[in-house]
Ligand binder design. Structure first.
Ligand code: GUN
Length: 280
């Protein structure tokens, strides 16, 4: 039986500590404020954004939401971002993805000022992470790293297998794990035999959005298993990319869904918003 990595509790403690930092900043006359842009009507995004606003309230971060219509033009989106870049009162900007397909998300992300890019998606911040420089680390990979730190899971010399190569999770995770001196392998949809890699891994991180993809026979005894997925299973219940009931019999540490990586992602966003305000 494995040890459960309690992301919910860890996120709560993180928010409490950040509230102290936030109060300090306010005493110095610096008011952290997050602007969130959402385009269109994605139901999952609405839930994420609501959770982000709740977390801001708890930490004491001011929050402003910009809801744009589905048929917003690229020019309108870019103009809004430029306006928010200029606004003195806004210290962090987040564009919730996905956005409608007719819009160019890469142009939008690179328009956000790197100093306000609390998601860490701007090419300058991605580059800094690659070079091992201080920057905004994107929130989910950062949350995963914090979990390792809090549970004293040392990555040095470990074989880490990441399943998934998204710009938001998989790719920045490579860098985060490398910075901790792990040996990193990335598997993805074109990998020929994923099991060949996962079976040898000391740590498996799954971020592909496929319900219960990682089965017990794919991991070695005592592996650490991190589940970044949030899916609806056939029973309609929330589940991750890991077949939790069975994998937890073999893993040494495992994250649950819900209550694992998800809350830590939002806590790390709060961390980045406070960091942006401090930098100011
Ligand atoms: N959509 C899913 N995850 C994220 C995230 O971490 N940041 C943003 N901006 N959009 C997302």
């Amino acid at each position: 039986m494995s040890i459960l990595i309690d992301g919910k509790e860890l996120a709560k403690i993180t928010r409490q500590n950040l509230k102290i930092d936030c109060d300090d900043l306010k005493e110095q006359g610096i008011i952290p404020k997050l602007a969130v842009i959402m385009v269109g009507d994605n139901p999952a995004s609405k839930v994420y954004v609501k959770n982000k606003s709740k977390a801001c309230e708890e930490v004491g971060i001011e929050y402003e939401e910009f809801l744009l219509e589905e048929n917003t033009t690229q020019e309108e989106l870019i103009n809004l971002i430029k306006e928010l870049n200029k606004r003195e009162d806004i210290t962090g900007i987040l564009l919730q993805s996905p956005i409608p397909a007719h819009l160019d998300i890469n142009e939008a992300f690179r328009t956000i000022s790197p100093e306000k890019d609390v998601d860490g998606f701007h090419p300058v911040n991605v580059g800094k992470l690659t070079l091992g420089q201080d920057t905004f680390v994107s929130c989910t990979p950062y949350g995963v790293i914090k979990m390792f730190e809090k549970y004293n899971i040392d990555l040095e010399g470990k074989n880490v297998v990441i399943i998934g190569r998204s710009n938001i999770v998989g790719k920045p995770l490579i860098q985060c794990c490398l910075n901790k001196n792990a040996t990193v392998t990335v598997c993805h949809s074109r990998t020929k035999d994923i099991v060949e890699y996962t079976k040898k891994a000391d740590i498996v991180i799954v971020a592909i959005g496929k319900a219960k993809f990682l089965k017990a026979d794919m991991v070695k005894d005592g592996a650490v298993v991190i589940d970044v997925g949030i899916n609806r299973g056939e029973d309609g219940k929330l589940c991750g990319d890991v077949d939790f009931e069975n994998v937890c019999e073999k893993a040494s540490y495992i994250t649950p869904v819900p209550g694992g990586v998800g809350p830590m992602t939002i806590a790390m966003l709060m961390n980045n918003v406070i960091k942006a305000a401090k930098n100011k």
